[in-house]
Design a protein around this ligand. Structure first.
Ligand code: GDP
Ligand code: MN
Length: 339
């Protein structure tokens, strides 16, 4: 590169040109994975795929977060796979555990109720910690402070297609704040009072509703009830400045005070989705039709030209997009103004 810099400097008669001036433009972005040491094999698989399909060309940094310190094995196994910088962070205690002011008797009742209903993770406290952390804390972690955009990756996920452009730059250039690959219905039993809380919040802070919001993606009756549509947050490429901003900060604080992360089992997926749909304009949410992605038990596989251009290895007939339990059609109808 330094030869090239000299050459360019010569040609331009500009001796102050530095290497940074001719580096390809990158976004201020990071790839982030919350993960346990015990998940190292599944983490390695996901890292390898995202590197091969995308990041080997772009070298974005990776940040790994954990509620306990990463062990030597995890650090070694993952470090050898990445093309960019890598760092490992421990989550501050208060960002992870159930706060003291939560009424534990009430929380236990909530867990028992969901367990009795056989709701997945119904009795798990650590799952609730994880959902609350992903909802309101990950973007405050010191290792993520330098960055604006992030790509959330989970252990065990699959990426089926080559990325031939930088999705972070696309997000930035098109002023997108949130993106998804799979959209589906939430389990009502995990969020009995979430929507009434959202309605209270809107009433108190109407100024945060975006003018051109996607309320109709979330509700079939103009906001009275929640239709349970949300974006599956195990895949996210999004703008942390949106989470750090005034509207979402007020929203998260409001939800937090209700205690629903512990009394019920509010997921980060409906929380993020509701916020993106209400506090951003609908054209700021992006559906990645060209990304092939699997998180068990669902996958989406790009169709037609997207499938060939991305050299996708998924079966195009195994695609969640327009299945009966998908909300993609509704999202597209709302974004296009058909609903
Ligand atoms: P699911 O996708 O809803 O079934 O939930 P997961 O079990 O995949 O958890 C979501 C993400 O949080 C994954 O990236 C997990 O590795 C991570 N995760 C869940 N629980 C914990 C935990 O107790 N500690 C840590 N460090 N990560 C967790
Ligand atoms: Mn998962």
């Amino acid at each position: 590169t330094s030869d090239l810099v000299d050459l360019l400097s010569d040609r331009l008669g500009n001796t102050s040109l530095s290497e940074a001036d001719i580096k390809p433009v990158r976004a201020n972005a990071v790839i982030v994975m919350l993960v346990r040491n015990s998940e190292v094999n599944d983490a390695a698989g996901a890292i390898k795929q995202l590197e091969d399909r995308f990041n080997a060309k772009y070298n974005y940094p990776w940040v790994f977060l954990n509620d306990e310190p990463f062990d030597e094995n995890f650090i070694q196994r993952t470090s050898q796979l990445v093309s960019g910088n890598i760092s490992f962070g421990v989550i501050p205690h208060d960002h992870w555990v159930q706060p003291d002011w939560i009424d534990e008797n009430r929380a236990r009742d909530g867990r028992n109720r969901l367990m009795a209903q056989n709701v997945i993770y119904g009795g798990s406290i650590s799952y609730r910690n994880m959902c609350r952390f992903n909802s309101g804390f990950f973007y405050r972690h010191e290792l993520l402070q330098p960055y604006r955009y992030y790509w959330r990756v989970e252990p065990g996920v699959k990426y089926f297609c080559d990325m031939n452009y930088d999705p972070f730059l696309m997000m930035q250039e098109q002023k997108k704040v949130y993106s998804f690959t799979i959209s589906l219905y939430e389990w009502q039993q995990t969020i009995p009072t979430l929507w009434s809380t959202v309605k209270e919040f809107i009433k108190e802070f109407p100024q945060y509703l975006a003018e051109n919001n996607a309320m109709d993606y979330l509700s079939n009756d103009g906001g009275n009830t929640f239709n349970l549509c949300h974006f599956w947050s195990n895949f996210e490429i999004a703008d942390m400045d949106f989470w750090r901003g005034e509207a979402y900060s007020a929203f998260f604080d409001y939800l937090e005070k209700k205690g629903g992360f512990y009394y019920e089992r509010w997921g980060d997926a409906p929380v993020h989705s509701i916020a993106a749909a209400l506090f951003a304009n609908k054209d700021q949410i992006h559906f990645f039709r060209d990304i092939g992605y699997r998180h068990d038990p669902f996958q989406r596989c790009p169709q037609g030209d997207y499938h060939s251009q991305g050299k996708c290895w998924c079966d195009p007939t195994d695609n969640f997009d327009y299945r009966p339990n998908s909300c993609v059609q509704r999202f597209e109808d709302v974004q296009a103004g058909r609903i």
